[in-house]
Design a protein around this ligand. Structure first.
Ligand SMILES: [Mg+2]
Length: 380
């Protein structure tokens, strides 16, 4: 028997909230709270996004709770392996079990850190001897205003505030209609460059509503390159490796993708295709911190770049920043730039950029203090 406290209770809290960074649309998340016998508490999150996937994830977590109670949270990686074995039939290569395991795993790392007095970055290891205490911050946005001059102004403002640049999601909710007409899309990026200055990083990210032909992708990307595009994200669907391969021969910009993969199996395939430079990864989807660490190893082995898709709560952001800071293969940390409930109301000290940098949390566990009243307010 170890002298560590045991896991006493697992609670799950689904939430439904308005996201100002996404045209105030309703989004869903699933939180997990794990309490230990010594009174310490760990928090985790799965980016479940939709009502049905949220309900399904809640059911799986409730099912796994009995199995977790009584275990030693310091041996969290063993619990992770046990859960993978336990869910073998419905977790092969992805699905709701990955959401469930993500939330549980993040909560267990948080709890382990609080019990041992170590921050997440201390537990998973900094990228080199020189401590990485901050990362360059990138504004990750959707465009939604019909008047594109206002969007140009808004994005230039983020750069003036200190952000390294911005990544714009196209084909999203609202009236901006970017991603639908090539000439308009090209002019928009040219205007963004003029307003944001020569140094700002500009990335363009195709949304699900858009379906571009290969020729339409080439026309956009080549024209955007003239405006200094840093990277193009998911111009094709994740499995369209041949399209990505052809694109690579036509452009110099970095090609990003993979944020919809679920675990190292999918990432092994994606990275093995040799078609992507930047690998998107959501810790609230890829079986948590333990899963993301496996993916980072693959990214490093392939000489690609790791990019955390942190577009949900401050719990996800806290874990994402530590993961980003643990590898030399990371260029930026994305942040939703406008105040929003799951970042700014959820924790006592919300994340933000200062002079273009975001600090790596250094308090025990994830280093965030969750305000439970906010979870109660948005309970689904
Ligand atoms: Mg994306």
């Amino acid at each position: 028997m170890s002298n560590h406290p045991m896991i006493k209770k697992v609670s799950v809290y689904p939430v439904k909230y308005p996201e100002p960074n996404d045209f105030n649309s309703t989004r869903y998340l699933t939180f997990v709270k794990i309490e230990a016998t010594d009174g310490n508490v760990g928090w985790g999150e799965a980016i479940t996004q939709f009502p049905g996937s949220t309900k399904g994830t809640v059911a799986i977590i409730e099912d796994l709770a009995d199995f977790i109670v009584g275990k030693d949270p310091v041996h969290n990686v063993g619990i992770w392996k046990d859960i993978r074995r336990q869910t073998w039939w419905y977790s092969y290569r992805g699905g709701l079990a990955h959401f469930a395991l993500s939330a549980i795993d993040i909560a267990l790392w948080d709890l382990r850190g609080k019990i041992t007095g170590q921050s997440l970055i201390e537990m998973i290891g900094k990228r080199d001897c020189a401590p990485v205490t901050e990362l360059p911050a990138l504004a990750s946005t959707h465009v939604f205003q019909a008047d594109l001059d206002k969007e140009v102004e808004r994005h230039a403002k983020y750069v003036k505030e200190g952000y390294l640049g911005f990544k714009i999601g196209m084909g999203k909710k609202g009236d901006a209609r970017i991603g639908y007409e090539i000439e308009r899309d090209v002019n928009f990026v040219r205007d963004l460059r003029a307003a944001a200055g020569p140094k700002a990083w500009i990335m363009m990210d195709r949304g699900q509503a858009l379906n571009w032909t290969f020729d339409e992708v080439i026309q956009r990307v080549n024209a955007w390159e003239e405006s200094g595009l840093k990277w193009v994200e998911e111009p094709f669907e994740p499995w369209e490796f041949e399209q990505f391969r052809r694109l690579r021969t036509h452009c110099k910009t970095l090609i990003a993708g993979s944020e919809r993969e679920w675990d190292y199996r999918g990432y092994t395939e994606t990275l093995g295709s040799g078609t992507l430079d930047v690998i998107g990864c959501d810790v609230g989807r890829v079986e948590g911190i333990t899963g993301a660490l496996q993916i980072i190893k693959l990214v490093e082995a392939h000489g690609a770049w790791f990019n955390s898709h942190a577009w949900s709560s401050a719990i996800n952001t806290a874990a994402s920043i530590a993961l980003s800071a643990s590898t030399p293969r990371c260029l930026v940390q994305e942040l939703k730039p406008d105040p929003n409930p799951m970042q700014h109301d959820l924790v006592k000290e919300p994340f933000g950029q200062v002079n273009g940098k975001i600090a790596v949390p250094n308090k025990p566990g994830l280093g965030v203090e969750v305000i439970e009243k906010t979870i109660e307010k948005y309970l689904f």
